[in-house]
Design a protein around this ligand. Structure first.
Ligand SMILES: Nc1ncnc2c1ncn2[C@@H]1O[C@H](COP(=O)(O)OP(=O)(O)O[C@H]2O[C@H](CO)[C@@H](O)[C@H](O)[C@H]2O)[C@@H](O)[C@H]1O
Length: 659
């Protein structure tokens, strides 16, 4: 049994007496200001019990266990008496004046699973700052290093696979939380409950948590509900609101981006701030000493709300917030006039306020004033992470900073990069359910079967000896699709086949259809988002091309290497960090490297790298196989990244929180 030591602020005692903090009734302490984030009606409202991490009495899970049966029995009896309150309230705590300000709490099991071993704990031990050495951005990824301190972690994200995914953000937020939970942390992921049609059963396993809150913003009061599923040791929490129920994808439909995205994601952030306080997941809530991991601009309002709406009233004083930037190009910029909708006091305008440079303004009278949610998150987060070390540096440069480079440079001391891992179970060539044949580094024979199956599926001539090149990704500026477009005619003069899977800009979708019509025997363009076919392309191709203009990390090159498919990538961000250019002379002529990086970003250098790869494939089979195996044998699991994340958590709790 693990025990949890938590202090509860109590709104009222069972006998109706008002609770007091520092001798004052709570009602006099300014909590009314929370109407912006919490309603008072029905089962909504200010919760009967709102947990805050105890600053006293926190101890390691084992040391806080009752040490004899009598004590356990006593506590169980008390527990039963308090059952009506749904909180396991024990041992009143008093302040200097003698007023009861809270209670210790002990829980013996996880009611959702009935399994005591799955109860995660509040961070039990103080971080020993003397042991922590902050380096110049390098984070040690000690393989298999045990977890030193466990935390209550709240991921806030607009996507989490398999529930929602338009790209890599969904992949990361679908698997990193599981890796952290497996290491002993208590992990919640908060994301919207998107329903794209009345028949959509994506969230069928997530049950109504019977908790409604009202959020005051955008000139009204919005009621949101929470749905919950406990899976893989993670609390998956889905925020439900009518604005998440519409056709398309999380951000838009065939007509483009939704016009109310600022509203939809502000709701997500408000709800995510409330979730640790109001949701008794597994019987008790996450409490205030949690660690928010906010991903990209959609979740970027969270640290601003923590600083502007909670901490001034003593709530979340011990929480920390880490911003994870997966893509700096999207910042959630809207006209300055929309600031009033966010429900923040005017004092906080400075955090979000943003002025476009003159050249980016639309007319002479345009003052360029806007609000920028990601900027607000960069200002107010305790630490900032990106998804590779290379990208952590790039975003501090004029070229990669998208206007935020100076701000990010000023926060360099709290900025780190950690390369993403991948879900090695979903992406495993020896067990992938989407493949025609399974294979591994020890037995590569199945790979060609997948190539043949893919050629058949796509209606290409079945030619196992012909180099097959693939591209998978969003069709947009970031991914360098324009380079492929300009390079394809020349490339297809060679004896190669090329397959593209992607959706996005209509211009490129149309071009893919045209290219297919023009090069029937050599080119296939699959317009759409299709996970099974993405697995089959990754397995069936010999080469995966990624000419990304910038790439914070990139996952497809990692999937490709795991599947023995050689990546040819632009040397940028995470691509440069993860793909090592083939060197035939290294290792006493045995060769080294896992693919090719090319630079500068130009059609010629991309074609040069592709031609080098193609000739190696044709004429140096042994070198090719060596490269395949080296890529397949690399460790891409989340475990290594999770250890590095823990180091950053530790650093986050050393410094005081932003306020
Ligand atoms: N048409 C399609 N059909 C099926 N699957 C498709 C698809 N198009 C893309 N995908 C899948 O979506 C994911 C894309 O991930 P990436 O990391 O390559 O890019 P993305 O730019 O979305 O992510 C951002 O966040 C991630 C995560 O941090 C960073 O790695 C990245 O650099 C950053 O731009 C992959 O799983 C890929 O297979």
């Amino acid at each position: 049994m693990k025990a949890l030591s938590v202090r509860y602020w109590v709104q009222s005692f069972p006998n109706g007496e008002p609770a007091k903090i520092k001798g004052k009734p709570i009602s006099q302490l300014g909590f009314a200001h929370f109407s912006g984030g919490r309603s008072r009606g029905g089962n909504v409202g200010f919760p009967q019990l709102v947990a805050v991490a105890s600053d006293k009495g926190t101890s390691s899970p084992t040391s806080s266990m009752p040490d004899n049966e009598t004590e356990i029995g006593k506590k169980q009896k008390l527990h039963e008496e308090e059952e009506e309150n749904k909180g396991f309230v024990l041992d009143p705590q008093t302040d200097d004046s003698g007023s009861v300000v809270g209670f210790n709490l002990t829980s013996s099991s996880h009611p959702l699973t009935g399994d005591a071993s799955e109860v995660a704990t509040e961070a039990p031990a103080e971080v020993n700052s003397e042991k922590v050495e902050e380096t110049d951005g390098d984070i040690e990824g000690a393989d298999g290093a045990p977890t030193k301190v466990t935390h209550s972690i709240v991921f806030v994200t607009s996507e989490a696979a398999p529930y929602s995914k338009t790209g890599g953000l969904g992949d990361v937020c679908g698997s990193l939380p599981i890796a952290l939970a497996a290491r002993g942390h208590r992990v919640m992921v908060v994301s919207p409950r998107y329903l794209h049609s009345p028949e959509d059963d994506t969230f069928a396993a997530a049950l109504d948590a019977d908790c409604r809150i009202k959020i005051a913003c955008f000139g009204g009061e919005q009621e949101v509900a929470f749905f919950h599923e406990y899976r893989d040791l993670v609390d998956w929490v889905f925020v439900d609101h009518p604005s998440y129920h519409r056709p398309g994808n999380p951000y838009g439909d065939i007509n483009g981006a939704f016009g109310d995205n600022q509203f939809r994601f502000a709701l997500l952030c408000y709800a995510a701030c409330e979730a640790p306080l109001v949701l008794p997941l597994g019987g008790f809530n996450y409490g205030q000493k949690c660690l928010f991991m906010v991903n990209d601009w959609h979740a970027g309002l969270v640290p601003v709300l923590l600083a502007g709406k909670y901490r001034p009233y003593g709530v979340y004083k011990d929480a920390r917030c880490i911003l994870v930037i997966h893509n700096l190009a999207h910042q959630g910029v809207e006209p300055a006039a929309t600031y009033g909708n966010l429900g923040l006091s005017p004092d906080w305008y400075g955090a979000l306020g943003w002025v476009f440079p003159e050249w980016a303004r639309t007319h002479a009278l345009d003052t360029g004033e806007a609000i920028n949610v990601l900027k607000g998150a960069i200002v107010t987060s305790d630490r900032i992470l990106t998804v590779s070390k290379g990208y952590a540096w790039e975003i501090t440069t004029v070229e990669g900073g998208y206007g935020l480079n100076e701000l990010l440079s000023s926060r360099r001391i709290v900025l780190n990069g950690i390369t993403n891992g991948i879900d090695v179970n979903e992406w495993n060539p020896s067990s992938d359910k989407h493949l025609e044949a399974h294979y591994s580094a020890d037995d590569l024979s199945g790979k060609v079967q997948n190539k043949i199956a893919l050629q058949k599926e796509l209606g290409l001539p079945v030619r196992p000896e012909c180099p097959l090149i693939g591209f998978i990704g969003r069709l947009d500026y970031q991914k360098g699709v324009d380079l492929i477009r300009w390079g394809i005619p020349e490339l297809l003069n060679d004896d190669v086949q090329f397959v593209m899977l992607g959706s996005g800009a209509k211009m490129y979708e149309d071009w893919m259809r045209e290219a297919e019509a023009a090069h029937k025997d050599k080119f296939r363009g699959w317009v759409g988002f299709n996970v099974p076919i993405s697995h089959r392309i990754t397995a069936g191709c010999d080469i995966l091309l990624m000419p990304s203009r910038f790439e914070p990390c990139g996952l497809n090159q990692l999937y490709a290497m795991r599947y023995g498919t050689i990546p040819v990538v632009h040397g940028t961000g995470g691509l440069r960090d993860t793909v090592q250019t083939f060197d035939p002379y290294a290792n006493d002529g045995q060769g080294d490297g896992t693919g090719w990086t090319f630079s500068p970003l130009a059609v010629d250098s991309m074609l040069w790298a592709l031609r080098t790869a193609i000739s190696t494939y044709r004429d140096h089979k042994e070198s090719w196989e060596g490269m395949m195996k080296r890529g397949m044998e690399k460790d891409y699991s989340w475990e290594n990244a999770a250890v590095q994340y823990e180091q950053v958590f530790e650093w986050a709790f050393i410094d005081p929180p932003y306020c």
